[in-house]
Design a protein around this ligand. Structure first.
Ligand code: RM4
Ligand code: MN
Ligand code: MN
Length: 424
């Protein structure tokens, strides 16, 4: 299914009058609206290929219907999201789930939809049917060199696929770790991961980035060999300038101060990528902003301020991606909600007056500093986000139009109720 521009234009003209009212009111109360809108217009968040079908838990999986069963269909689905919001112009692939049979065809299909290829993801956390050696006891950390070699070779293959598609980064997330005390020699495990990553880094093209994603627990429940930002940063620093830490919001121990982590990684020029989601308990992979919107805003505040301090381009210099899983919702609806939540937090972060905040800090005016942040967070910035979409020829209300066009039903008609997306 494809959405015509005329359907978007028609929908927008129906909503125009009510939008104008809200937008003009906001414009009269907030300064620098045009600058914020320009930032929003450029900002793109990549969609992972594995978030387009039903996720599940170890207890069950409930199909959504019309799931994309092929890489082509996954690209089509991201194309639908991007057509509606013009802010999801990239797809992130997971190998071997998304091996392209013909890279050129896949590339041209993606560009028809206005999509680029974001980070490539390797998978050494599952055994594949034709695989010689098992990752049951880890991959890059494994005590057996032959297993490490197999996992290194897989990452090199992923880079090759990425090169064919025009990707510029590799994300390595390892499930390596241990489930019981005594199982692992921590130092040896870490050292093996480092040596393995060194081999991968060695073949990484000079204009590529290597993102090292950490995770505190799951699937290993006693130790994770890349368990926190310290371990990831240690690896990135030892590897060199092409290696960066990747922060996934769901990969921390409860109540971690993620905004502080982000600030320091940016300061060290070692923040490379970002995976958005939300959680209440663990790696819940829920809709961005659905549980802790204030935390999301505070994180964005550090991102914006930290990127400005380094003269970084907000839209291009970090890898932005949603990493969510959909157990009960239509994934495409959830992704539209997540992108919107990201844009809201970003716009609110852009509202904050840096000089005023610094002044309050210099005077130890704790109340003022807190007020400045809370004022931005409590400003209903949604008309600005909608205006950015309007100026980008996207839908004023993407979710509203998605429902009006009955996109899911259309996808079910095309693909059936039983089609199943590969991935998690
Ligand atoms: C992990 C992690 C990675 C993703 C896999 C599918 O928990 O978030 O980014 O590649 O899930
Ligand atoms: Mn992730
Ligand atoms: Mn995760």
């Amino acid at each position: 299914m494809r959405i015509n521009q005329s359907a978007i234009d028609q929908y927008n003209s129906d909503l125009q009058a009510s939008h104008e009212k809200k937008f003009h009111y906001l414009k009269s109360t907030v300064s620098q609206t045009d600058k914020i809108i320009e930032h929003l217009q450029r900002f793109q968040v990549a969609i992972p290929s594995w978030a387009l079908g039903a996720g599940g838990t170890r207890f069950g999986r409930f199909s959504i219907g019309g799931e994309p069963a092929t890489l082509e269909q996954k690209i089509e689905d991201v194309g639908l999201v991007h057509k509606l919001n013009n802010s999801s112009g990239a797809i992130s692939l997971h190998i071997p789930w998304d091996i392209p049979a013909n890279a050129n065809d896949i590339k041209s299909l993606a560009s028809e939809h206005g999509l680029k290829f974001d980070a490539m993801n390797s998978n050494t956390f599952q055994d594949q049917a034709n695989q010689a050696l098992s990752y049951k006891y880890g991959s890059l950390q494994h005590v057996d060199k032959a297993v490490r070699k197999q996992a290194i070779a897989h990452n090199m293959d992923v880079i090759k696929y990425g090169l064919e598609l025009g990707s510029k980064s590799l994300t390595v997330w390892l499930s390596d770790g241990s489930c019981f005390p005594g199982q692992l020699n921590f130092r040896k495990a870490f050292q093996h991961v480092l040596e393995s990553l060194e081999e991968i880094y060695h073949v990484l093209p000079s204009d590529w980035k290597l993102f090292i994603e950490y995770k505190a627990f799951e699937p290993n429940f006693y130790s994770m060999t890349v368990g926190d930002w310290g371990q990831s940063l240690l690896l990135a620093n030892k590897l060199g300038p092409k290696a960066y830490t990747l922060v996934d919001l769901g990969h921390h121990l409860p109540n971690a101060n993620i905004e502080q982590i982000v600030a320091l990684l940016l300061m060290e020029n070692k923040l490379g990528g970002f995976h958005f989601n939300d959680s209440k308990y663990g790696d819940d992979d829920l809709t961005v902003g659905s549980i802790r919107p204030y935390q999301l805003f505070l994180i964005f505040r550090e991102l914006v301020e930290g990127m400005n301090a380094r003269g970084m381009d907000h839209a291009l210099d970090l890898g932005w991606m949603i990493d969510a899983s959909h157990n009960i919702k239509d994934p495409l609806e959830d992704l539209l909600q997540s992108v919107e939540a990201i844009q809201i937090a970003y716009a609110q972060a852009l509202l904050v007056d840096d000089l005023e905040l610094e002044q309050a800090r210099a005077e130890n005016d704790v109340v003022k500093a807190q007020e400045i942040l809370q004022h931005a967070f409590r400003t209903d910035i949604r008309p600005l986000v909608a205006e950015a979409r309007l100026r980008n020829q996207a839908a004023l209300d993407p979710l509203g139009l998605y429902r009006k066009l009955k996109v899911r039903q259309e996808l079910i008609n095309e693909r059936g109720t039983k089609s199943k997306a590969t991935g998690l």
